[in-house]
Design a protein around this ligand. Sequence first.
Ligand code: 5AD
Length: 349
Amino acid sequence: MMVLQEIINNYRATGELSHEEIVFLLGLEKPDEVGGLLALANEVREKHLGPDVHLRGIIEFSNHCVRRCVYCGLCYGNRELKRYRMHPYEILDTAAGAVEMGFRTIVLQSGEDFHYTNDMIACLVAAVKKMGAAVTLSLGDRPQAAYTSWKAAGADRYLLKFETSDTLLYRQLHPESTLARRLKNLTYLRDLGYQLGSGNMVGLPGQTITSLANDILLMKELSLDMAGIGPFLPHPATPLGKARAGTMEMTLKVLAVTRLLLPRTHLPATTALGSVQEDGRRAGLLAGANVLMLNLTPVKYRALYDIYPAKAEATSKPQQLKEEAEKLVDELGRRVSSGYGHAVKIEYQ
Ligand code: 5AD
């Protein structure tokens, strides 16, 4: 029989957890035991990364998408959604405003929208870099030539979640693609020198605790610089509209165990976590997270970037979001980082 205290002692001694031990930790349900796990993750975060919380500004510049991911409200099949594209100048204006406000990382995210050519994206990257910000791209599976040219233009990081490490479930969720392809792209991005972000969703229909343990071990195997972990939230206009949502509790346990195994990886308290419950992001910051991603998309487009329903930050202006984030960080006795928040291995080189 496995005993919690033994697992924790062993972890403290070795920094390791077996698959079986991860499954055990994710299965904890007693509030004091779960609380102990989250507190341990918070302690590990403090020890390796200190009190710094990195703020990232995200601009969702287009909700057009050629893919049919069955969980996502932006999927091609959703004809009810009004689509938008921001003009490159509008994207740059938004980015410039963010840099002026003090954001040091701009995340450019969109559906897989080939209206923006590789060159257009490369120009955007170069222009935002010139403003003095680090650039993260989150544009999905793209041809390798595109990844290469964006890196050459100065992109620092790429965020491409594997969503689930279960080959069969991946295939069911992404009818046009495979997990193998996604993993190949992740390896390619890493080899190009991007700081690598990936991650999963928690509570997908058909997903088991065993499968979540595999997700965590895959994040470790990929030695991610950043891992986004968020609950699955059913979108009514998708085939999974009536499925059950992932819970905040399970998402926090996955986040905490990931922190134990990846002590220096940037872990955001995700927008999805803040959407499933009001205090979700605060709870995330207390369970191992050290990053907040704030939505800087102009308010008139915000509701149209409708990945999942009841998305947090639907209407607040960037300045207000930043102040709220600073207040939250302050209340927790932490501090907003003034650095770029690069991968830790780069930051301390
Ligand atoms: N619920 C939760 N997260 C979702 N995403 C997409 N659709 C959903 C959903 N229904 C997440 C995916 C994707 C990121 C941009 O948003 O993890 O990588």
